[in-house]
Design a protein around this ligand. Sequence first.
Ligand SMILES: C[S@@+](CC[C@H](N)C(=O)[O-])C[C@H]1O[C@@H](n2cnc3c(N)ncnc32)[C@H](O)[C@@H]1O
Length: 388
Amino acid sequence: MTPGARLAAAAEILDRYLAGEPAERVLTTWARRSRFAGSGDRAAVRDHVFDAIRRRRSAAAAGGEESGRGLVIGLLRLQGRDPDDVLTGQGHSLPALTAVERQHVPQMSELDRLDCPGWLEDDLRGSLGAEFVPVLEGLQRRADVFLRVNSARGTLEEARAALGDEGIETEPHSLSPTALRVLSGARKVHASAAYRDGLVELQDAASQAVSDQIPLPASGVVLDYCAGGGGKALALAARFDGEILAHDADPRRMKDIPQRASRAGAQVQAATPDEVERRAPYGLVVADVPCSGSGAWRRQPEARWRLDRAALDDLRETQAGILDRVATLTGPEGAIAYITCSILRQENEDQVARFLRDHDGWNVEQRYRVSPLAGGDGFFLAVFRRKA
Ligand SMILES: C[S@@+](CC[C@H](N)C(=O)[O-])C[C@H]1O[C@@H](n2cnc3c(N)ncnc32)[C@H](O)[C@@H]1O
């Protein structure tokens, strides 16, 4: 496909995304019926689509309208490229620019420029303070790919060498001693021996940093109450000899845990709600709660535009409910590790304050915040401990 044809495909996919379909689903359907598109074309179209969604507000302002075509024109302008060079109307390219499109002079407000949802401006300013502008600018870029080296299987240097042999270049990252940032060859990771043999896992560097901070009990069973695909549980297993039970309100989310755990040589078992109840109390319960994902907008760009006030209120209620529930599962002097990948105070410090207000017998022992400016996602951790 020519560069113009790839952009035309992206514009068509973006129109369906703007009409309400999830971008991933539209991309899959497009790839299935576009047999002519090779893997390089599919990757390029995908990058265009997610770059445009990440910059949805600023690209629409720069392109003159919020349509697939408008976002593509705007994205080219934001990248400092002249849309006339790519939209030629030749072959499978989009039609050439109209006079109106060519003469459009973008009037960008600060919120346009920062891709900030208007309804969330005050909350973001209140949460980020002086970091409001740099964090929002940082969240407009593509996320890096990070690997976690599984120390049960080898050292950081052994992992780097093994990956290097397969054409995957990496460098250590300051957020965690187990983190490697992928510099090239990211698409080869899944097929690599280092990944297949459990020497490395895909995990954001800030997610690793948060896992590093969680205080593990000397022995016993740890419960990961919102385990999802098991990212945190597997990271904890690399530095814990005991058993980790994984639970999730939606058990389908845990379907890959057995395979990931066996690859990593980790003791992580998916548990039913009955089993969770039966084996309580726990010395540590990890609650990596559902949240706005605002710290991970680089990696999940649709989340930025899907969130609204009602959804945020629902999330906060769910988070508070989970904290109340896990408190009942925690033993004497036990701890709760409350985690979000949110940069919003409402989901972080405000939840800590509410929990302490409603639960007399608890202290907060540790608060740890990772800004997206550190290179990975934005994360928040609070460790509560039951008073002796
Ligand atoms: C942020 S994700 C977990 C990510 C995972 N811990 C990891 O590191 O890969 C939050 C998870 O919480 C689950 N969840 C949502 N509501 C829940 C509830 N009331 N109780 C337990 N889990 C819940 C979701 O299904 C989702 O898998």
